[in-house]
Design a protein around this ligand. Structure first.
Ligand SMILES: [Zn+2]
Length: 445
């Protein structure tokens, strides 16, 4: 293993570093992964004060990355990237039956090698131990439950005494479809359907996702249901952080919150995720709270990637970074001058879009999109057009930028590893996926 040097300069963050903690004592590290969380669904990213008060407070006391690109727009390839700090072309995990290659060192393995107790609770059937995502965890339990089950599982484990520092991975699926917030977090009378009285939300959102029922009122309602789910999960995570704090687990700890991908609400004609690589799917949050290591309220404006999460957390914990990690160390000092690089995201090749294979490049305020099956290319100016609505390829503008990003995308598409191992999608996994709406997806997605 090698240790990378800490970036010596600072671009977007000033004076984040406060002091090194006591040498020799390694901190507990908590990585909270909120599946399917758009960045703009959080108050700290502009959704309003009531959207996510607990996570907003964490952001106010920590560092927030303003422009985080998901390495992929559905769970399995993105989580493979987050766990191995590699882009999709360097881990090869793209298909539903793919498993994480054993030869790629994971974040949990790096913590385990440094003497950490490694505990993971996961809620997504695509990243169970069947697909080798439990690599490096002493305990890796996959639930099908809601946040409360994730929290109770982890808290029960932490009752067992340990002299070692702990890496705790908490994966929450609560804001993933179906969008069914509790009445305590969303209590608005249902929409009135044409000639059919009130349309129950469960019926509305299922028809929206599966039958592509559409219209401004439908979209607004479904988006509000999603926001209700975010508020509900935010409260559950707040409860968890308070429970961990009351046990002393967070004393000197590093807590990071991020997501594997966003969620579409018809911005480019389709619901949910995985089907393309537009901003509603590739923009995710990333917050790091590390009192004593990071100054409160830091903001990083550089474009960064989910592959940067693992090396950054290891560096903050003073744990050696494994060979082969492609991501960069971004804290405590921010991005090293000259270390700016394009962020790559991929989409498609899942059952929401089995015949589509997208690569997206975010670089110099532009988004380049190529779809390999059709050979189409698109370019968007994210500064003037943050939602990526006006394709500049069609207008012939920005030809120099187009050529540069097209070349970056071409290089990013070259897979540099052997095909990953495959695991059978068993009946139990299929049943869990069906509950999430995967198995009966509309071909339009
Ligand atoms: Zn996901």
């Amino acid at each position: 293993m090698t240790r990378r040097s800490t970036p010596p300069t600072l671009l977007a963050v000033t004076s984040i570093l406060l002091a090194c903690s006591v040498e020799g004592e390694r901190p507990n590290v908590v990585l909270i992964l909120i599946d399917t969380l758009r960045a703009d669904a959080l108050g700290a990213y502009g959704a309003g004060d009531a959207a996510s008060p607990n996570l907003d407070e964490l952001a106010a006391r920590g560092v927030l990355f303003e422009q985080v690109i998901a390495p992929a727009t559905w769970t399995k390839p993105s989580m493979a990237s987050i766990f191995t700090a590699r882009s999709a072309a360097r881990h090869g995990v793209r298909l539903e039956e793919h498993a994480l290659p054993a030869e790629l060192t994971t974040l949990a393995e790096a913590f385990a090698s440094a003497g950490y107790r490694t505990l993971g609770v996961n809620s997504n059937p695509w990243i169970t131990d069947r697909f080798a995502f439990g690599a490096g965890f002493e305990r890796y339990e996959s639930t099908v439950g809601i946040a409360d089950i994730v929290n109770r599982t982890a808290l029960a484990w932490l009752e067992e005494p340990s002299q070692r520092p702990t890496f705790l991975f908490l994966h929450y699926l609560d804001v993933h479809a179906p969008y069914r917030p509790s009445p305590a977090f969303f209590d608005v009378p249902p929409l009135r359907g044409p000639a059919q009285g009130r349309l129950p939300d469960a019926v509305l959102e299922e028809r929206y996702r599966k039958e592509l029922l559409d219209g401004p009122h439908v979209r607004a309602r479904v988006r509000a249901l999603y926001a209700g789910g975010v508020r509900e999960l935010d409260a559950a995570i707040g409860d968890m952080l308070r429970a961990l704090g009351s046990r002393g687990f967070l004393d000197g700890a590093i807590v990071a919150v991020t997501s594997d991908h966003g969620e579409a609400f018809g911005e480019h004609g389709r619901p949910e995720h995985g089907q393309d690589v537009y901003p509603e799917l590739h923009r995710v949050p990333w917050i790091v709270h590390a009192p004593g290591l990071l100054r409160e309220g830091g903001r990083v404006t550089d474009v960064v990637s989910g592959i940067d999460v693992a090396p950054t957390l290891l560096s903050l914990a003073r744990v050696p970074i494994p060979d082969g990690f492609e991501g960069r160390v971004l804290l405590p000092l921010g991005l090293q001058r000259g270390d700016e690089r394009p962020a790559i995201t991929v989409g498609g090749l899942s059952r929401h879009a089995p015949d589509r294979d997208y690569v997206g490049v975010v670089w110099r305020n532009h988004l380049f999109v190529r779809e390999r099956a059709t050979g189409t290319a698109e370019l968007y100016d994210l500064e003037a057009d943050p939602g990526a609505r006006e394709d500049l390829v069609a207008t012939g503008a920005q030809s120099a930028v187009l050529a540069e990003l097209a070349e970056i995308a071409r290089r990013a598409e070259v897979v540099s590893v052997d095909p990953p191992p495959r695991a059978e999608i068993d009946a139990e996994t299929s049943r869990q996926l069906e509950a999430l709406g995967y198995l009966d997806a509309s071909p339009a997605r």
